[in-house]
Ligand binder design. Sequence first.
Ligand code: ADP
Length: 199
Amino acid sequence: MSKSTNITWHETTITKQDRRAQNGHGSCTLWFTGLSGSGKSTIANAVSNELFRLGIHEYVLDGDNIRHGLNKDLGFSEHDRTENIRRIGEVAKLFVDSGNIVTTAFISPFRSDRDQVRALFEEGEFIEIFINCPIDECERRDPKQLYAKARRGEIKDFTGIDSPYEAPEKAEIIIDSSKVTVDGAVEQILNYLKGKNII
Ligand code: ADP
């Protein structure tokens, strides 16, 4: 719900299409979703490295960094989680407008939140990447020791333990990181982007 009135949208002379043409590649959001420890950050970072190496304009929106700045007023209540994702979606949209391939790596457990972000974009611009790793494996990895803390009751509402994760129903890309290597995941994502003529 907008609180502002008398606001109009200004069209700029240089458009998204102009920026894409100048860059020589398309722009889109690579929206990673999955349980903590599934490998979102690891794979997102590896994709970013590869895109950068190829001379592609790319940027990673990192969860903790966003919570240090733009979203530092938000906590982990249901309302704040939804608002966190909404703002990240809006920022991602600006990056896509600026001609970038933007990567986001947030658990984003709620389907409705992800679908709300998808709705901000034009067809084909929002690419949902489901890192589908069994929770047992995520908990075995536990890179940040968060599952251990959640099991001890030191973190409440932890996704997969005492808060739900709603798996995507229409993800463009699904990767089981318990079966596919990081390099294999990068290859799968880059092949998708090539197939769609984005890169
Ligand atoms: P998330 O961002 O989803 O919370 P992270 O990327 O921080 O997950 O952690 C995933 C952990 O799993 C890392 O320690 C990573 O090295 C490890 N890992 C093992 N195999 C894979 C794989 N195939 N893909 C991604 N990560 C993997």
